[in-house]
Write a protein that binds this ligand. Structure first.
Ligand code: BES
Ligand code: MN
Ligand code: MN
Length: 455
């Protein structure tokens, strides 16, 4: 391993340049103007993988953005790792808040700033550097490796389940490894064993047939914007509990033991809330901040629009109002079961004089894996070799749809070994990746393949 560690150190500047090259491609999966860039990013990665010596490299079509596939299967009797990542990124807007442009990667203070720096291009590139080191130093990998890098994660992995079911055999493996989560602190490695699920959709309220003079008609007909606000306000009660009937039916209660284990985690609430730039913690009564972001479900408005929002005044009753709403789900909530309940409930909440409908509902189930499977032992040993502190087991509040898909289609054990930090500004302006995380992550990935190979 010394030779590999040396190779990694000697090539660290070029690894950074390789990452910057990927970050310059604006692969924003949500925005149609960037569809050609998204495909270009897939092609770029495929080219890089061919250069590394990976086999059967291909950009494979889905109903949406392509999937990059590659493999190296020349280690008979060794386990097979399926490595997953995503090359698509979130929209960079609002652009004026970026200190340097989102697709011009820049290093400041030991951190690399760009959209996708940590989510997830930087974490994919860590693995490509680790693969390169093994192949260049030893002429081989210590195990079999299959790579699946998708381009639709940030829009809900729309076509991934279909793709995985269609390529079931090709994607068969002994373990899935994903680096798309966070550490518990800058020098505190972590393995994630749970993710929240997601259910999202759009509420649309229609009142009068057209916008109306708010003097001539005001007081006589319903206002779509007011009605939407009434609906949203009714979705939670004064304790911050979600009022959708049956919403909590399948939520697992928190045991005292679980609570205690979470209290022992290195978590600085004041720093976390400070990082958010929020004046105070806020959330469901009776739960701590860490419980609120991991083991409890949420309901949030992600955006809303209605009426006149230009300069000056316009006295008008809007005929239309809409809001994008998302719910984070926890075990054992089921988005398929909750979607119709949510739709029916919103319909009931609509005040007289308007109609309300829910559009485009989609979701991904919550993810939970055992904390003690042997593959996680390999990950713990790998992290132990690179970082000074032993890894902690954490739950995360975000979602990664592939995790439940693979649990269902292949039943694979999962390793979520991520290197993000709370202040990385993921999905926000000035997203960054700490270079300490990046290089530590590269070494960790290189060690992980060895530890899994040794079983
Ligand atoms: N890497 C994140 C998921 C994540 C975020 C894990 C924070 C742990 C901590 C991923 O790219 C993401 O943003 N997922 C979306 C999924 C959604 C669009 C289905 C999310 O969580 O909003
Ligand atoms: Mn991600
Ligand atoms: Mn993301």
């Amino acid at each position: 391993m010394d030779a590999i560690a040396r190779y990694l150190d000697e090539h660290r500047d070029r690894f950074l340049e390789d990452l910057k090259a990927v970050l310059r491609i604006p692969s924003v999966s949500a925005q149609p103007v960037h569809h050609p860039d998204t495909r270009r990013c897939a092609d770029h990665l495929a080219e890089h993988l061919r250069g590394l010596g990976m086999k059967r490299v291909a950009t494979l079509e889905t109903g949406g953005h392509p999937v990059v596939y590659a493999e190296w299967l020349e280690a008979p009797d060794r386990p097979t790792v399926l490595l997953y990542g995503h090359y698509d990124v979130q929209p960079p807007e609002p652009l004026h808040l970026w200190q340097t442009p989102p697709f011009e990667p820049t290093v400041r203070d030991g951190k690399l700033y760009a959209r996708g720096a940590v989510d997830d291009k930087g974490q994919v590139q860590m693995h490509l550097a680790a693969i390169e080191a093994h192949l260049r130093v030893n002429g081989k990998l210590p195990l079999n490796l299959k790579l699946l890098i998708e381009g639709e994660e940030e829009v809900g992995s729309v076509h991934l389940e279909e793709f995985i079911r269609a390529h079931r055999g090709m994607l068969d493996a002994d373990v899935i490894v994903v680096s798309d989560t966070a550490m518990a602190g800058p020098d505190q490695p972590a393995l994630t064993y749970a993710l929240r699920g997601l259910l999202f959709g759009q509420i649309e309220v229609v009142g009068p047939a057209r916008d109306l003079h708010s003097g001539h008609f005001g007081g006589a007909v319903a206002n779509a914007a007011n009605a939407l606000c009434a609906i949203i306000a009714a979705l939670k009660d004064g304790d911050g509990r979600i009022t959708v009937p049956g919403f909590y039916d399948r939520v697992r209660p928190i045991t005292e033991q679980d609570r205690e284990a979470r209290r022992l985690l290195p978590f600085d609430e004041a720093a976390f809330i400070g990082e958010a730039g929020a004046p105070a913690p806020f959330g469901e009564r009776g739960f701590t901040t860490l419980e609120r972001t991991t083991v409890r479900p949420t309901l949030d408005v992600n955006g809303m629009w209605s009426g006149y929002i230009g300069d000056g005044e316009k006295t008008v009753l809007p005929s239309f109002a809409a809001a994008k709403v998302s719910m984070r789900l926890v075990p054992d909530q089921d988005p398929v079961e909750l979607a119709p309940r949510f739709e029916a409930y919103v319909g009931k909440l609509a005040p007289a004089g308007v109609t309300a409908r829910v559009m485009h509902m989609r979701g991904t189930p919550p993810f939970l894996t055992a904390v003690d499977h042997p593959m996680l032992g390999a990950a713990r040993r790998a992290l132990g070799r690179v970082w000074k502190k032993p890894a902690v087991m954490i739950r995360e509040g975000g979602s990664i749809p592939v995790m439940t898909i693979f649990q269902q289609t292949h039943g694979l054990p999962s390793i979520l070994m991520g290197f993000g930090l709370d202040d990385d500004q993921v999905h926000a302006p000035n997203e960054k990746f700490s270079l300490t995380s990046f290089y530590g992550g590269i070494h960790s990935a290189a060690c992980l393949y060895e530890e899994i190979a040794q079983g």
